[in-house]
Ligand binder design. Sequence first.
Ligand SMILES: C[S@@+](CC[C@H](N)C(=O)[O-])C[C@H]1O[C@@H](n2cnc3c(N)ncnc32)[C@H](O)[C@@H]1O
Length: 309
Amino acid sequence: MVNTDKQARPFLKWAGGKRQLLRQFQNYFPPELNGQGIIKRYYEPFLGSGAVFFWVKQNCKLEEAFINELNPEIYLCYAVIQRGVEKLIKSLIVLQKKYHTLDETVQVKWYYKIRRKYNETRKDVNLKKIDWKYYSERAALTIFLNRTCFNGLYRVNSSGDFNVPFGRYRNPVICDVDNLRAVSSLLKGVEITNDDFSVIERQIKKHSFVYFDPPYRPLNKTSNFTSYSANEFSDKEQERLADVFKKLNKIDSVKIMLSNSDPKNENKEDNYFEHLYDGFRIERLKAKRMINCNALKRGKINEILVMNY
Ligand SMILES: C[S@@+](CC[C@H](N)C(=O)[O-])C[C@H]1O[C@@H](n2cnc3c(N)ncnc32)[C@H](O)[C@@H]1O
């Protein structure tokens, strides 16, 4: 696929990613981000596919960018693309060529074989060891699974095994060479960390914009469809995040935006975020949500934005 707009795009498919909301988000970004020159740094502590990072990094003048992702497999994809994209491209081309020559019945078998191997070797991922050849092969498997699994989900079971089923795409693009190279250039000089979101407390400097996109607070018991890690992001975690938000708010010239699902979609009386972010600006946007397992419930629902400006 040719990268027509010449801008680097997220290389991971991501259910519930923020690409579809970017246009609306632009109305809520701090005005200082757009050419008024006062914001010099960008922080995104819950990176995922990084839709907002890609936009901000290419459309705003920044001196520094800091991105963080707790999931080591997703972190590795960014770290490998930053350090040595050509080796990764080679591995992905091999996987893509083989995949495209197989009949669908064989593709399914091969997908599950790779998924099994990926899970069996999960324990070998040790980010303390410096082994870029191994990391590159591992990142290639993560991207392969992401491009061929159902809906681009990254979901794991309670023991941490990736458990997304086969996606049934006829000829999915597994290796978008131009885009991967563009992403690699974009990542030059960006600080990429594999840590809890609270790492930002150690990194933050003045004249910054921080965007928090934590795992959604589930709208109801059955909608918690995206579990990115074996540890759930509970209300306790939402509250720990609110504490970090409030600490950062005390720093002069730090603009913060946070998004989440709106509990009022399910219950008009639920003021969870109004209480948690009492005194901050709260706005609601319409988002298409495809991550509800119940197809009837898919459609436009509200997304909440909290801002300190
Ligand atoms: C909602 S997703 C971000 C999606 C992203 N904005 C996009 O457009 O693709 C949340 C991400 O936070 C990561 N995460 C979960 N718990 C975390 C934590 N405690 N610290 C940092 N990242 C975490 C998940 O692995 C997931 O990738």
